[in-house]
Design a protein around this ligand. Sequence first.
Ligand SMILES: NC(=O)C1=CN([C@@H]2O[C@H](COP(=O)(O)OP(=O)(O)OC[C@H]3O[C@@H](n4cnc5c(N)ncnc54)[C@H](OP(=O)(O)O)[C@@H]3O)[C@@H](O)[C@H]2O)C=CC1
Ligand SMILES: N[C@@H](CC=O)C(=O)O
Ligand code: NA
Length: 369
Amino acid sequence: MTGDLIYVAVIGAGGVGSHSLNQLNLLSKSYPNIILVLISRATKSLRALDPQKGLSLESWEKDLDASTSPALSIEQTIQILTLLPGSCVLVDNTSNQDVANAYPECLRRGISVVTPNKKAFSGHISLWKQIQEAAYKAQPGHDTKGLVYHESSVGAGLPIISTLKDLVDTGDKVLKIEGVFSGTMSFLFNNFAPVDGEGGKWSAEVKKAKEAGFTEPDPRDDLNGVDVARKLVILARICGLDIESTDSFPVQSLIPTELERVKSGEEFMEKLPQFDSSMEELRNEAVKEGKVVRFVGSIDVGKKALKVGLEKFGRSHPIAGLKGSDNIVSFYTERYGSNPLVVQGAGAGGAVTAMGVTADLIKVIQRLS
Ligand SMILES: NC(=O)C1=CN([C@@H]2O[C@H](COP(=O)(O)OP(=O)(O)OC[C@H]3O[C@@H](n4cnc5c(N)ncnc54)[C@H](OP(=O)(O)O)[C@@H]3O)[C@@H](O)[C@H]2O)C=CC1
Ligand SMILES: N[C@@H](CC=O)C(=O)O
Ligand code: NA
């Protein structure tokens, strides 16, 4: 399929970003009208000398490594995209707040946004409202505005946001959403407190989750429950609830009190083994009841009540039997009655998260073509 040129800028080339760039390379075989004009990391950037030709999607990694150009600010990136003579898409593969804060400006300038970054959609409600206001809608006066897609901000590539939007847009009434929303927490509890057999050491499992690329850049953002809280805020807002921020409801943190003030993620990881025994107590308490402990979240839409934290489950419960980094999300709605619509599968990891980003990019390209 061909069409007008679509200029793409990718910010962030880490665990998700590198897979996203490699998937973009594959995508460009079917959509030769895609032109990669820049890649930016926290420390360096790479710009196409000729924006009509773009960067090589085959050798982007080597070319970026060899680049001596400094990082670009989001303002510089917007400026570069604004001067291009066609449709532009910003792919934000960072967890950066400044980049997230700039989405309304991008959208107003007609730059579409595709991202797994949760910060914009789960931050203060005022930013969410600015994004909704600035994004394209099929209404007079909106024809020059950008599109925004963020499937991977909840459950990585799993179709959670698209499913919820379809339920809402087709007039179903969503009553409750509940499940396991963190790939990291799922991996940790599935391995630390398995249904069968011996579990590993808590801190060793945290290290493995980080190495596997499941955690946030700073794993404390997973362990303090905020990552799950962010996902719930996003889903609740799609259901029409005006949740002000992640501070608006109870969120259980698994960070030991003694480590709350530790400065760096590295120091935190170093000291975490000292607290393994308190997690073991938690595990043993559940075992005595014939149960396992898991980290879950729920949204009761009618009561506008969100909740994040530990719960115990019987060994035959679907949440107890999850494997790997699997998420499970159950949507209880009027149409689906007492048998919820359930989405389950890997909820973290570079490749599956980038899949959601690339699928969103395809939607944007198809709508712009
Ligand atoms: N990992 C996962 O399983 C999932 C991740 N996500 C989300 O995806 C996003 C990326 O996660 P992940 O790839 O794991 O994180 P990484 O830490 O691996 O990568 C982050 C990237 O962002 C870059 N970066 C940070 N700040 C800036 C900035 N100001 N300007 C330009 N580049 C910047 C970093 O640059 P440098 O390389 O120079 O450090 C790095 O390349 C996050 O928002 C995360 O929440 C969502 C779902 C699942
Ligand atoms: N750190 C997150 C990544 C995906 O959102 C998780 O573990 O779920
Ligand atoms: Na998703």
